[in-house]
Each structure stands twice: as C-alpha cells, then as structure tokens.
Design a protein. Structure first.
Length: 321
C-alpha cells in the first residue's frame, strides 16, 4: 500500500478470511475490507494518504463500511436477514448473463442502501458461468432470483422481473455496476415529491474496467443533460447511443407503455434502456437529483460498446415499429 509491501500475520489472516465474503470490485481493496478497525493502519486506510486510488476509495469505502456493519449487527441478533417489507417502495431489477465476477459487488451495494424499503429481483438470463449460484448465495429474504435456461435478451428478462415486482418504483441496476448508498432513498424521495414525473435520475460515476487493477475512476457524468430539454420528443442527434443513468421509474408508467421492447432478434438485445427512456419521456421530463447515485463501469467487450455502430440501424427500426 502506498508503494510499500503489506505483511500479514498468517494466523490472523486465515481467521479473518473465514468470515470475509470476498465480493470486491478488485483485490486492491482487500486491506480496506479486512482491517478497518486496526489503528496501526490508520494512515494507510485514509484515502487522502493513497493518492493513486483516492477517488476510487471515496466511492468504495462507504459500501465496505455499511455492509460490514450490517453483517455484524445481523450476526449479533442471530438472524439471517432483515424482514421482508410487506409492500416495498422500490423494486430493484437486475438482469444478468455471465456476470459471476462482478455480480457480488453489485449486490453488496444494494445491501448497503441507507433505505431498507426495497426488494432486489435478479433474473439470470441463461448464464453459462456461476452467475446463478452467486445470485443465490445471499441470505437476505429481500432478494429473489429467477432464471431461464437460454439467453433471450435483457428486455425479455426485464419484463418478466417487472411482472414480479411489488414496489411502486422500479430501479434498474446492471450486474457489473453498483449503487451509491443513498440511491434508493434519494431517487424515491424525488418521485414522491414530484407526482407528475414518471422517472427520476441523477449523476453517475464513470469507471473504466482494467484487467490488472479492476475498475478505475474516470469522471463524474450527468446523462440527464442530454434529456432535460426534451419533454415531448427525443431524436438520435441528441441521444448518440447514451442511456439515461441512473433510471428509476414509476411502475405504473412502465406498465402503461408496455415495458421494454419485447423481441428476440439482434435489436431486442441492444439499446433497450434508451428505447424505454425515450418512450417515457414523451410524456414528462425526468426529475433530477444533484448527486452521484450510480457507478457505471465501461469496457470494450460489453454488449453496448460492441454494438455502438448499430445505433443508427436500431433507431431506424424503432421508427418503423
């Protein structure tokens, strides 16, 4: 750490690893997860003393701290998980396909939410790795997992999850991204206070996935600027293939427009987020929260990045539908 080697006492480390859940965005954050209470490492654990990762740690440490505290509280009470809210305010929907390496951190960010009035619905869309096993590994009754044997595309899975959702608000979360701790609370409050709005959004942190160091912080982004001036219509000139991030919807509004574009050809698996956003925003502008509420990880092999060249063809197809 800080360019110096970190030595572990083997007996202590083995005992600590017994209780460690191993769900981190990168191994470089391991010391921060295992040694938060060790006063001798105060300097090392202070983000300001670790300049290369200062911004990264600013957004990682709150989730480490919150989930660790909740795990300790749950263990002391001898219970497996919080009680299921009789009527959750927010249903967080996550469609996954071959995301076993990133899914754990995404779920951990949900468990770190400052609001407990949520449910998490995870839909495994025919994964060929251990994504389904990872999704089922959490002893929290607010998490429900669905699966289908073959990959049919995100839009079809999202519509299935929408049918199962109990909350009046729907929040999308990708299995390789994560939420800020106040995302559920602030976005749902924004919709509570703006009953005529069908969607709420905020700012997001943009990260780049690297092979050796995990996600690296790049910038503070505001996709809402692309949409805020277009209350009645949107066009491809202003969209440029960029989704609105984050996205919390009124469930009733999603159902009113028929949910996501339910098709299984190549256009049914790409830009589904832009399509549903554009259809909703024909009726009202999104209410915006001035805070980073979502962390989006960009990488070249993702479906959205691989298919950016198809945006024009996809847009023309949507105009015919």
């Amino acid at each position: 750490m800080n360019g110096a080697p970190l030595y572990w006492r083997k007996t202590w480390l083995l005992a600590a690893l017994t209780y460690w859940n191993s769900r981190l965005p990168a191994v470089k954050f391991l010391p921060y997860d295992l040694l938060p209470e060790d006063s001798s490492l105060t300097m090392h654990l202070d983000p300001t003393q670790n300049p290369p990762y200062q911004k990264d740690l600013e957004y990682i440490l709150p989730i480490l701290s919150e989930t660790r505290m909740r795990e300790n509280t749950t263990s002391s009470k001898g219970t497996l998980s919080p009680e299921i809210p009789p009527q959750p305010v927010v249903s967080i929907l996550m469609s996954i396909h071959n995301m076993k390496d990133t899914l754990g951190w995404s779920i951990r960010s949900v468990l770190a939410q400052s609001s407990d009035n949520w449910e998490l619905l995870i839909g495994d869309d025919g994964s060929e790795d251990d994504s389904l096993e990872e999704a089922c590994a959490y002893l929290d009754s607010r998490i429900r997992v669905l699966s289908q044997s073959r990959n049919r595309g995100k839009a079809i899975m999202m519509n299935r999850l929408l049918f199962e959702a109990k909350g009046r608000y729907i929040l999308e979360l990708d299995g390789d991204d994560w939420l800020a701790p106040d995302a559920v609370a602030l976005l749902s409050n924004a919709l509570d206070n703006n009953p005529d709005c069908r969607m709420a959004t905020g700012r997001y942190g943009c990260w780049e996935r690297t092979r050796q160091l995990g996600p690296l912080w790049r910038r503070n982004a505001d996709s809402g600027k692309l949409y805020s001036a277009w209350s009645t219509s949107l066009n491809r000139t202003n969209l440029h293939g960029h989704p609105l991030v984050p996205r919390m919807y009124r469930k009733s509004s999603l159902i009113a427009i028929g949910g996501w574009w339910n098709r299984e050809d190549r256009f049914g698996c790409i830009f589904e987020d832009i399509d549903v956003t554009a259809r909703l925003l024909k009726h009202s502008s999104p209410v915006q929260v001035d805070a980073i509420l979502y962390h989006r990880v960009i990488y070249g092999s993702s479906i959205s990045q691989r298919n950016r060249s198809l945006f024009e063809a996809w847009y023309q197809q949507t105009q015919k539908s």
